[in-house]
Design a protein around this ligand. Structure first.
Ligand code: GLU
Ligand code: MG
Length: 440
């Protein structure tokens, strides 16, 4: 990418409310900054999506950190329509002596990836599929998935694709979705850390491009309580130390290898507790309802979009190798959750399943809502938390899950989420959706 001026590069971190924040340095001095990073403040982790720092927080007004750029995770494009290039480099928060800081979500994901590899030999391949809605633009009414819905937004989808490609986010498709003015961006599978980095870049570039047209792109899970939801679907699969895919075993139920089955069982066991880490806001729970193609039960299914873990289809056209395509989709996520924390929670939960040698969860096909409570229980179908408040309680009740993180991180997360719950308490669901629609 070329540019006339020495533009600013932002060294960024994504916080517990999924806002990407950072500090800029001139691009010419990025290499110099890479050694010691830029300053950061611990209490920033207690920032709410509304702007303020929660007063009850473990950090106070003292203390300092460094935000260290990973220059190999730099994403830049001059195609967003802004006067200077979009240029971000992913940072890791460390103490002043360079030792790890327990509040850095990107480092938490790295640690989860490393532990999974060390304890099982498995590496994760992942991708985040993200839906969003355009506002403040006059687009003619159009049919879902239609050519006219895509063309009506022209040149936005094509330019977005080009910008993401130039930035290195490997887009696969920008498509018109089911909802009004709703679109989706998919990108190619990669290692877990790059997948989460790309999720951040995709959100930021999409919003910036929309802004430059006088539009607004919102990834918030619900633009209105009864609107079509914006999901974030996290796809994952595994390779062994030699890079060989090891998720698929055609001889086993659903095609899940024994390791993949144990991993899924761990995720479902801890799903009520990790829900708040992957669907983290009040409106998240307007989306997680039955018959919304989102997910609402601890449920593994083959190719069913109501399940929380969906075994994705494999295509055999042209004799394609199924083992390389086979992957599982976690559907309980949205963009009010931090992608690093969300994926770290999935990996940690899956690792618990592997360590405990859990058997595959039952594959269920049908509508859990039509079953009696007892029948659902037998099939392991447990309703997910139905409000942010319940989801926070479910997190606090699972000592295994809270044990994965530094106590101060859990305390901060619960503090920020409690603030969001209080702020929303006397608001209507419509007003809550409209507030979060503008924040995300
Ligand atoms: N919009 C749905 C959601 O809220 C997903 C639809 C789809 O499967 O693409 O997750
Ligand atoms: Mg979709």
């Amino acid at each position: 990418m070329t540019s006339q001026i020495d533009h600013l590069v932002s060294i960024v971190t994504t916080d517990l409310v999924a806002i990407t924040r950072g500090r800029p340095v001139p691009s010419r001095s990025l290499e110099k900054s890479a050694a010691t990073g830029v300053g950061w403040v611990p209490a920033n982790l207690s920032l709410t999506p509304f702007g303020g720092i929660v007063s009850e927080n473990p950090w106070g007004s003292s203390g300092d950190l460094r935000l260290l750029p990973n220059t190999s995770a730099r994403y830049a494009t001059d195609l967003t329509g802004s006067p200077t290039p979009f240029d971000v480099v992913m940072g890791d928060l460390v103490e002043l002596d360079g030792s790890p800081w327990g509040g850095c979500t990107r480092s938490l994901l790295k640690d989860a990836v490393d532990d999974l590899k060390r304890e099982t030999g498995l590496s994760v391949i992942a991708t985040f599929e993200q839906e969003f809605r355009l506002f403040d633009c006059v687009l003619p009414e159009a049919h879902p998935f239609s050519v006219s819905a895509l063309r009506a937004a022209d040149p936005f989808p094509a330019k977005l694709f080009a910008a993401l490609e130039q930035a290195g986010a490997s887009p696969e498709m920008v498509l018109a979705e089911y909802g009004e003015n709703q679109f989706e961006i998919t990108n190619g599978p990669t290692d877990a850390l790059s997948a989460a980095d790309r999720a951040v870049v995709i959100r930021e570039v999409t919003r910036e491009m929309a802004r430059n047209l006088g539009w607004r792109a919102s990834f918030s899970p619900k633009s209105a309580p009864d609107a079509v939801g914006n999901g974030v679907h996290i796809h994952f699969s595994f390779v062994d130390g030699g890079g060989k895919p090891v998720t698929y075993d055609p001889a086993r139920p659903g095609g899940l290898s024994a390791n993949a089955g144990a991993f899924c069982a761990g995720v479902l066991r801890h799903l009520p507790a990790i829900t708040v880490l992957t669907a983290s806001s009040v409106p998240s729970f307007y989306r997680l309802k039955p018959h919304n193609w989102s997910s609402s039960y601890t449920w593994l299914a083959q190719q069913d979009r109501e399940a929380s873990l969906r075994i994705c289809p494999i295509v055999s056209i042209g004799g394609r190798d199924p083992s390389r395509q086979f992957n599982i989709e976690y559907r309980v996520a949205d963009a009010t959750s931090n992608p690093y924390l969300a994926l770290a929670a999935i990996l940690r939960a899956g690792l618990e399943g592997l360590k405990a040698g859990l058997f595959d969860p039952p594959l269920f096909s049908g509508d859990p809502e039509t079953l009696a409570e007892g029948e659902r229980e037998k099939l392991g179908l447990q309703r997910l938390p139905q409000t942010l408040e319940d989801a926070v309680q479910a997190l606090k009740a699972d000592d295994t899950v809270t044990g994965w993180f530094a106590p101060a991180l859990v305390e901060t997360f619960v503090g920020v989420k409690s603030h969001e719950i209080e702020r929303s308490r006397n608001m209507t669901p419509e007003d809550i959706c409209s507030l979060y629609g503008k924040l995300y």
